[in-house]
Structures are given as structure tokens and as C-alpha cells.
Write a protein that binds this ligand. Structure first.
Ligand code: ZN
Length: 442
């Protein structure tokens, strides 16, 4: 009796287990075949954005109003109109606002003085949003598609954290996420890239600080010095006013890169860190091991020049060619560490002020004794004498001649030649003992 009953129970349990396994298997197969519906394309939302308009503005008419009045935008104004309104009147005066298709109470933002508006959901923006939601503890796939799941995660976030509901993603949410996750995306925020930009611009303005992307004590001090001396104000931190000021202040301090072969790089004309010669090739003219790249045409001219010199028993060799901005940064910072800024600045070019970054400058020697390499002694050699007579025929000029220090800003360098893609101009400059600055009237 007992035995029989036990067998019966066993069968029932077995049947249940097998049943479960079967159902589970089937569900899995069905799931595999009918995957979750794909995310909606963000393009759908862009269309909506196009159709939506920002609210109508009650524009201020006098200065006093601009400071005190609250403005209400209503349907009828395009986003562009509202933007230019803000620009003209300066955002801090504005306390609005409404951001969607329909003005709805409760949807109006409102922390203090900021205008909030609907965000254009590009794929990049959606990816950012998905990353931030996931980081905030509301996980969703990071695939750039604004679908149901992303919308649900977003709604949950705004409900839980912001205690509000929104029809669509907007700048209020963006700011909340940035605060919640401790990130920001303003172009004056102190990200590494922005700090590098700031440091480079300070350098161009004549306020040198290390260009390393880190906002340390020295950078802050240098920035303070600039704002005090140039802007006549002090700021707590880097902001868009400083950024605009630097852009304006440095306009005339930038090299004109539009005419490549005649471009002037000097202590007064800076080349940006982002500049790269358009046609760098591996150097094939005779060169020292450390030299790697040079402009294509300059290389061809060097090959010809060296081979013609050789026929007259003159040995020539390139000992320095193209150098990158970063190379100069590292070099210069090393010198500053060793000798201090003042001294280093006398014998080494600041990053962005070295002609070698153009790919058109070469240092040459006669490949004999190290004492002639990058040394004034080079002028005693037959190689130098030959170059003095012939370099222009191949499009080269002596860039820092004797007696022209006041114009070039550099001491005499008999070893440094600059390629100019025009034999006639090179001839004119050489024959008249001119500098590139004098030729260009700079
Ligand atoms: Zn040089």
C-alpha cells in the first residue's frame, strides 16, 4: 500500500517537472523567434520636434523691464526666435518658461532663471541619455534608439528623482541627470579637452602654463593673471566670458594657414595644436635616425639639392624635420623644469611657435663632426657656404639670418632652412638678404 502510493506521488512530481521544462523550452524558443519589438527610431522624434514650436514671447521694451519682468513664451515662436531673443537680452534676465508643443501648467520649468527647451533626440544624444540613466540606476540598453524601454526608464527616473513627469526629454532632465551623476557637458566645463584648449589659448595670449589638460594651481594662477590684466576683472572659475575674450584677444596672434608654403610661424604668429601638415611623407633625403617626416615637396627638393651638392663634394644631411605640437610641449616643459620659463623661452620655441610643426623646416649639417650640428660653428663649413650660394635654387631660404634677430625673434641659426614652394620668391628673399617676415610685410 505504502509503496504504491509513493510511486504515484513520484509520477506526479515527475510529470510536473517535465511539464515545466517543456513549457519553459517552448517559451524560450518563441522568445528567440519573436524578439522584443525594435526600438523606435529617434528620427520620429526629430519630426515631432520640427513641428513643435516654442511659446510666444512677451518681449521686454526697456532696460528696466529686462531686469525685472518675467517673460512668457507661447505657441507661435520658433526655437530660433527664442534663441536669438535670449542672446540679445542675456539669459540671466529671463525667468520663463515653457518648452513643449502645448503650454501646460506644471510642465513649465523652473529653477530660477533658466529657459528649458525640448532636446533634439539625435542618436548620439539618446546614447548619452541611456548611459546616464544606466549610471543613475535606471538601466536601459545603450543603443541610441529612443524606444519604449528607454522612455519607461526615463519616466521612472523623472518620477523618482525629479518628482515630475515630462512628455519628452528636455534640458531640465538633462541638467538633473548631470547633477545626479556628477557630470556636465558645457563647453567651458573643465574637461581635459577644454582645459587643454584653455591652456593653449593662454599660451598664445602670452600667459604660459603647462599644456597638459589638468587644471592645477599654476593654470588657475595664469588664468587669473590673464583675466585681471586683459579683462580687468577676476572670476572664480573659467567661463564663457573668458573663453570669448581669449578668442578675440588671440585673433591676430594666429598664423594664417591659408597659404601653406608661405605660412609664417613665429613668436608672434602661433600655429594651433590641431594643425597638421597636409602632405607629410617619410623623409628619403639623407637624414639622421631621429628624423621621420617632412612635407612631400620639401623632401623632393632636398633629394635634388643634396644630390647636386654631392657632385661638388659637399655632404648634407637633415638632422631635424617635422615635429609635432606635443613633441614641442614635452620638450619645452622639460626645459622649463630645468631652467625656468624665462631662460627656456630664450633658447627653445614655445609649442605652436616652432616652424618645424609646419613640416617645411629642416635643420641640416655636413654629417662630419658633431660640433657643427645645430651650432653657429656650422657657418665655418663648406656645406654652409654651398647652401648660401645654392639653397634658393631648390626653394629654400635661411630662416633666421645674422643681424635679423630683432625681426625674426630668434638668434642666428645657420643650420635652419625653410622650404618655400617658389624658387623666384626664395631667390628674391635670398638676394636681398631678407626674412620671411619682411617679404610678407608682417
Ligand atoms: Zn630648426
Amino acid at each position: 500500500m505504502v509503496k504504491k502510493t509513493r510511486i504515484k506521488y513520484g509520477n506526479v512530481i515527475l510529470a510536473i517537472v517535465v511539464g515545466f521544462l517543456l513549457i519553459y523550452g517552448l517559451v524560450s524558443i518563441v522568445k528567440m523567434i519573436f524578439k522584443d519589438e525594435p526600438n523606435e527610431k529617434p528620427e520620429d522624434y526629430e519630426v515631432r520636434k520640427e513641428k513643435s514650436v516654442l511659446p510666444e514671447a512677451t518681449l521686454p521694451t526697456n532696460e528696466e523691464d529686462k531686469k525685472t519682468k518675467e517673460y512668457t513664451f507661447n505657441i507661435g515662436d520658433s526655437f530660433d526666435e527664442v534663441s536669438s531673443f535670449i542672446e540679445e537680452n542675456e539669459a540671466p534676465y529671463i525667468t520663463i518658461i515653457n518648452y513643449v508643443k502645448e503650454p501646460k501648467e506644471g510642465l513649465v520649468s523652473i529653477e530660477g532663471n533658466k529657459l528649458y527647451f525640448e532636446r533634439n533626440l539625435t542618436r548620439t544624444k539618446v546614447r548619452w541619455l541611456q548611459e546616464q540613466l544606466t549610471k543613475a540606476g535606471y538601466p536601459t540598453a545603450v543603443d541610441g534608439g529612443f524606444g519604449k524601454k528607454t522612455k519607461a526608464a526615463l519616466d521612472k527616473y523623472t518620477n523618482d528623482i525629479m518628482n515630475q513627469q515630462f512628455e519628452t526629454y528636455n534640458s531640465i532632465i538633462e541638467e538633473s541627470l548631470e547633477l545626479h551623476n556628477g557630470v556636465k557637458s558645457d563647453d567651458t566645463d573643465l574637461t581635459q579637452d577644454n582645459i587643454r584648449w584653455l591652456q593653449e589659448q593662454l599660451k598664445i595670449a602670452g600667459y604660459y602654463t603647462k599644456i597638459d589638460g589638468s587644471f592645477g594651481k599654476n593654470t588657475k594662477k595664469t588664468l587669473d593673471k590673464y583675466t585681471k590684466e586683459v579683462m580687468n576683472v577676476t572670476f572664480d572659475s573659467y567661463n564663457s566670458k573668458v573663453k570669448e575674450s581669449l578668442k578675440e584677444y588671440n585673433k591676430d596672434r594666429l598664423a594664417d594657414t591659408s597659404n601653406y608654403y608661405l605660412m609664417l610661424v613665429s613668436k608672434k604668429k602661433n600655429i594651433l595644436s590641431t594643425f597638421k601638415p597636409k602632405d607629410l611623407v617619410e623623409i628619403t633625403a639623407k637624414h639622421a635616425d631621429n628624423v621621420k617626416y617632412i612635407d612631400r615637396k620639401a623632401n623632393e627638393a632636398l633629394v635634388n639639392m643634396f644630390s647636386d651638392a654631392k657632385k661638388e663634394g659637399i655632404n648634407l644631411r637633415v638632422v631635424s624635420g617635422y615635429r609635432s605640437f606635443q613633441y614641442q610641449v614635452n620638450l619645452f616643459d622639460r626645459y622649463v623644469k630645468k631652467d625656468g620659463f624665462e631662460k627656456a623661452n630664450k633658447y627653445s620655441a614655445l609649442p605652436g611657435q616652432s616652424e618645424h610643426q609646419t613640416g617645411l623646416a629642416v635643420d641640416v649639417d655636413n654629417n662630419s663632426d658633431a660640433k657643427y650640428t645645430v651650432s653657429v660653428k656650422f657657418e665655418e663649413t663648406d656645406a654652409f657656404k654651398w647652401l648660401q650660394k645654392n639653397a634658393y635654387k631648390y626653394g629654400f631660404i635661411l630662416r633666421y639670418p645674422k643681424g635679423k634677430e630683432g625681426i625674426t625673434g630668434y638668434t642666428y641659426e645657420p643650420w635652419h632652412y625653410r622650404y618655400i614652394d617658389d624658387v623666384n620668391i626664395a631667390k628674391e628673399i635670398s638676394a636681398n638678404n631678407m626674412t620671411l617676415e619682411e617679404y610678407l610685410n608682417e
